[in-house]
Write a protein that binds this ligand. Sequence first.
Ligand code: NAD
Length: 457
Amino acid sequence: MTGFTNQLNALRGFYNTGATRSFDFRREQLQQLKKSILKHEAALNAALFEDLHKSQEEIWATETGMVLSEITATLKALKDWMEPTRVPTNLINFPGKSFLYPEPLGVVLIIAPWNYPFQLLFMPLIGAIAAGNCIVLKPSELAAATEKVMGTIIEETFNPKHVLYAPGEGVTVIPELMDAFRYDHVFYTGGTAVGRIIYQKAAAQLTPVTLELGGKSPCIVTPNASLKTAAKRIANVKFSNAGQLCVSPDYLLVHASVKDALVGLLKETIVQFYGEHPIASYDFGRIINRDHFNRLKKLMENERLLHGGEHNEEQLFIAPTIVDNPSLNAPIMQEEIFGPLLPVIPYTTDEEVRSLIQQHENPLAFYIFTDNKKEAEQWLQAIPFGGGCVNTAAMHYLNKSLPFGGRGNSGIGKYHGRYSFETFSHIKSVLKTTAWPDMPFAYPPLKGKLNTLKKLI
Ligand code: NAD
């Protein structure tokens, strides 16, 4: 027995009543959620500023605005998504008709990290409600102020038998939530090491998972790139949220002939964006806690810095920093950086690039900057990755028509928009036919019917 046993059983009981399945119920819950987010928007802004020094504008673009837009789009499409879809029927089943019926999975668990603590908990929540499930939400304890406001939103909006909020330290709460209860799906976003623990716990109950993990996402800048735009777009994404972004360009591979020019433009851009003293910038974020601050400080040690490097432990501030050509054996090139440090590695041949990228597991994201379409296409075909962009970074994340997710070590499964609805639904395959005509070739004795079967199958 764990602290959550009664509550989890209550969710299962509520799910079994069928109450969550109707269109009206799902629509009502999503509408209430939208109202509640708007009601608590100021508190959310304050909390996200406290946890990560995010500005209101950044919060709108990457947290609240994204979530509200996902709710609006889901409400608009939901009826259509819930309808059974007719698909073609093969000859042997003539005159039958074939359909796909989406149905809710049941009781699902959603676990979120701290870097976009609101968006990464609420985006999957929208899909799970839309698909008609009961949901347990485990936020990250590291974004403590946001964890509290999200609790108020969830507890004010939902019946705890429908959506249960389970905050606290992952290391104790997750075993309490997972060891004695069988979910119908677990959706986890966070680091690969913890992802492994979650996957093992889910496997013990034969529960399917979505794992949204991380990795070292490369960004190539070829001699055919528009360098000024490349510098702006790379810096904008890399230093957003102080680099604590899963789809951040982890390191740059820049053709040696344009390296100096690009680095010069990156330096100029950093000053344009955040001023001479980024510690005083309205737009520049903070590191989540002391552990991550010290981890990042260590990654810079013994590296040659082309820009930045300033840090302030009390304020958990690390400046936007450019690292010159680190050794591939250095810690900064071995682990996901997840902070405002940008290694710039020159290359001369495409083969060098391929072999360097292949030293790491499949990345979550991949970016290529070039104005040569053929070159871009070749790279897109050559590198395995979760999702990516040509001539920009991270923006694929914002398009609801593109499924978001990793592959291999960077994740399993996908979501956003319709893909979230599908992730939290089971698609039942249904063949409907009639009593007449009743084809005799389908029944034994089969002897002598081979030619007919060959024609039909
Ligand atoms: P994390 O793995 O430390 O924590 C994520 C969640 O797991 C939190 O809710 C936490 O409470 C819980 N947890 C932590 N330790 C646990 C344990 N021992 N047992 C059970 N649960 C535990 O991840 P993080 O540091 O919060 O996030 C950073 C990582 O997440 C980066 O690798 C980043 O790339 C990745 N990430 C991926 C995405 C994506 O969409 N693919 C988005 C954001 C972050």
